[in-house]
Design a protein around this ligand. Structure first.
Ligand code: PMP
Length: 290
């Protein structure tokens, strides 16, 4: 495997960064997780735009243009001869001293890992997932806005640990005021009648690229798509609940905190959206060829 590192491709064993890199010392950096399907990078421009927005907010100047970064992603896939892949695009503050001050970091570190995609078990999609609400609240946007897709994922990792400790694979995180936000690496949706609802970004959720794609699909399937404040009660009494994310795609949820959701099996709206999403990922209008 060859990894793009600061402008060149190096063997995996040589793809290393300094212990003084502030990405490592402080989680000072930004990233994207991207997927390719049949030689098309799904929503690549949207991912690169979001990376630049995250970087802008933390005042990190990415040393490549958007076009150059897109080229580098495409090249990573070609060099590794991958048609279906998971791509990790990372920009850190770079090497500095042991203090926090980002001014000491002269050159950002940029790397791209393009690897074979590790698919989630098929039964997850057939049987659906059981979730638990955890005590760790999602970051308050006023403190650390979840829109910044930063290298500091401890908030999410703490929630994941709680879920795993309780014997569950995934956690629902609530906001400071007790509203539903998202899971540790996926957005949440519920279906009730013709309505498709998901929490609004201001409550503290990442504006997921899969989330937006699913909202667009919902609109074209004549669902009433809305961002709305949601409580656990709303989730418990939904007809269907599902998660969305680049790696997981669309995952049905069949139980939350011991309450059965709907029929207890993946529902018809979720299944229709999954089919439409599969088509979308292979559509050249939504992906960049390489
Ligand atoms: N929420 C969080 C916290 C995430 O980390 C991710 C994906 N990395 C998502 C939601 C889903 O976003 P996307 O659909 O853009 O992958």
């Amino acid at each position: 495997m060859k990894v793009y590192l600061n402008g060149t491709f190096v063997e995996r064993s040589h793809a290393t960064v300094s212990v003084f890199d502030h990405g490592l010392l402080y989680g000072d950096g930004v990233f994207e997780g991207i997927r390719s399907y049949d030689g098309l990078v799904f929503k690549l421009r949207e991912h690169v735009d979001r990376l630049f927005e995250s970087a802008h907010t933390i005042m990190l100047k990415i040393p490549l243009s958007k076009l150059q970064l897109i080229e580098a992603v495409k090249q990573s896939l070609r060099v590794n001869r991958l048609t279906d892949a998971y791509i990790r695009l990372v920009v850190t503050r770079g090497e500095g001293d042991l203090g926090l001050d980002p001014r000491k970091c002269v050159q950002p570190t940029v790397f791209i890992i393009a690897d074979r995609i590790e698919l989630y078990p098929k039964q997850l999609y057939e049987r659906g997932l059981k979730l638990i609400t955890v005590a760790t609240q999602r970051n308050v946007p006023e403190a650390l806005n979840p829109q910044i897709k930063s290298l500091n994922y401890l908030n999410n990792i703490l929630a994941k640990i709680e879920a795993v400790n309780a014997g569950f694979e995934e956690a629902i995180m609530l906001s400071h005021s007790g509203y539903v936000t998202e899971c540790t690496g996926e957005n949440l949706f519920l279906v009730r009648g013709r309505r498709l609802l998901t929490p609004p970004p201001y409550i503290g959720v990442l504006r997921g690229i899969t989330r937006q794609a699913v909202m667009d699909l919902g609109n074209s399937q004549r669902l009433e798509v809305r961002e709305d404040l949601l409580t656990r009660h709303d989730l418990f009494n939904a007809e269907e609940v599902f998660l969305t994310g680049t790696a997981a795609e669309i995952v049905p949820v069949v139980e939350i905190d011991g309450r059965v959701i709907g029929s207890g099996r993946p529902g018809p709206v979720t299944k229709r959206l999954q089919q439409a999403f599969r088509k979308l990922t292979r559509d050249s209008k939504h992906g960049v060829k390489y």
